[in-house]
Design a binder for this molecule. Structure first.
Ligand SMILES: [Zn+2]
Ligand SMILES: [Zn+2]
Length: 167
């Protein structure tokens, strides 16, 4: 996803708004991969201050996740923010810890940063629904679908450990 910065650099405008959708199937990470359910939306702007260019964007994505309680697959939504200073590839200034986006020939490519921001912002544990009732710890039925008659109090101590995992 390329952003043309030429009108900003020649001072025709002071801000360029953009909205791109990235049609990705999956993102590979060191801990596995995530499979996206819909195109990733990157919406934001690039703007000029006295002597610098900055980028600020919101990254919204929807991916397949398994519910931490009932284990069912569902589509989870999340979003994150990308922001930082723009620099020409030829400049190699020392930057503090501020994120930098490099551009070349008035064009900025931020796909890699979008992918990284998604991986860094992935929620740790997600529920298909805040009220998800999960699985019965005795018979394993999905309690969202069907009530069972198990007595949770008579839970086998060996299963109690498992119960902790689901709580
Ligand atoms: Zn669930
Ligand atoms: Zn049961």
């Amino acid at each position: 996803m390329k952003i043309d910065l030429s009108r900003l650099i020649d001072r025709t405008v002071y801000e360029i708004d953009f909205e791109h959708s990235l049609d990705l199937v999956k993102i590979q990470s060191t801990s596995g991969e995530i499979v996206l359910a819909n195109p990733v939306i990157v919406k934001g702007s690039v703007y000029k201050t006295d002597d610098d260019l900055y980028l600020n964007a919101k990254v919204s994505y929807e991916y397949y996740e398994n519910c931490a309680r009932c284990l069912k697959e569902f589509v989870n939504k999340a979003e994150t923010v990308l922001s930082g200073r723009l620099m020409e590839t030829s400049q190699s200034l020392d930057t503090d810890d501020e994120p930098v986006f490099y551009y070349d020939n008035d064009h900025l490519e931020i796909k890699e940063q979008v992918l990284t921001s998604i991986l860094l912002s992935l929620p740790m544990k997600s529920l298909c629904n805040d009220n998800c009732r999960g699985l019965c710890l005795v018979c394993g039925k999905d309690l969202n679908i069907e009530e069972c008659s198990c007595d949770i109090q008579e839970i086998d101590p060996r299963l109690a450990k498992l119960k902790d995992l689901f709580d």
